[in-house]
Design a protein around this ligand. Sequence first.
Ligand code: ADP
Ligand code: GN1
Ligand code: MG
Length: 372
Amino acid sequence: MGRVSELQLKEAIANFNYFGRLKACEPFGSGHINDTYRLTFEIGDMGDVYVILQRMNREIFKKPVELMENIVGVTSHLRKKIIKAGGDPERETLNVILAKDGKAYYVDSMGEYWRSFKYITEATSYDLVEKPEDFYESAVAFGHFQRMLADYPAETLHETIEGFHDTKARLRAFKEAVEKDVCGRAASVQKEIDFVLSHEDTANVFGDLLEKGELPIRVTHNDTKLNNIMIDNTTRKGICVIDLDTVMPGIAMNDFGDSIRFGASTAEEDEQDLSKVSCSMELFELYVKGFLEGCAGSLTDKEVEMLPMGAKVMTYECGMRFLADYLEGDHYFKIHREGHNLDRARTQFKLVADMESKWDTMAEIVRKYANA
Ligand code: ADP
Ligand code: GN1
Ligand code: MG
């Protein structure tokens, strides 16, 4: 896929329904998947307007047209609900800006897909929790997001990444990466590989429960990390859930768990000093409280009971994905330094081990709010 060239960027900008004079164009955010830019347009005397422009990752998203169909469908659904509830649909959901030909995407002359969104103003996406209350608010918003999509026709959603949170399949792919060892890196990370292999039971938990019919399938976000939510700078509420590429049928515990893995960690996802990495029980508790409030009684007893497991499974799965990518030559997640994916994998395994040592506390916290 390669880097975005200036020419390619210019071509994309020229083909969306933008007005005004382009004043600035800068790479934006810290997502690992798409190439995101923030553009600034000056619109006469009305001042500056920002928009988000993204080149979609075509190696990861093989069916970009279907993916955008999902996003248009989901955001239209959310928009109606937000209006009905008296909210602001310009800030509380993503809004797609159409290309000049009326499509929700633009295909450039290199065959790459681009899309654009209105910019959520006066809000911030965080890579680390700055104020614990923000994490609580993000939980309410992610829970509420899931609830707003409870009546979305799931059968109309395309699977944008096959088996995205099929942890069993992820483990099979991991083993293959170890076996092939295309970069000759496996021997140097044997300790991490052993960690993954010794947790096979963690990979099987949800697949087994699903097979037994013990868990409901819902429309879920599937990528609920803290930097995929915009926190309002003034009210500090979780104003808008973004990054809707993986909204698909899934299980509630994964949305809960992915947030814990990223946001309840005491360090950033790529921290190299592992002594700084642990799962904060204070943040875990805030998230449990907020998520259950946001879901507003829609979860079954089994789902609630399995929330801590969601945290462990998502953290384990993500660590395994980072390590597999390291072994395969870093082609999936964007890296910014040598060994970046290995550092990320290590923080995840440290978190899994930490969660295991705090297992009883996590279960107790969940019980406390389940019965509240
Ligand atoms: P990726 O899949 O690469 O993570 P995202 O869609 O999450 O891509 O976008 C990357 C970052 O860009 C986000 O974490 C957020 O900081 C910023 N961003 C994305 N969409 C918007 C938006 N509509 N308004 C403001 N910021 C946004
Ligand atoms: C990716 O797109 P982004 O950066 O928000 C990834 C998630 C991982 C996460 C790890 C489509 O999320 O699954 O959990 O990185 N998204 C995709 O930080 O693979
Ligand atoms: Mg993102």
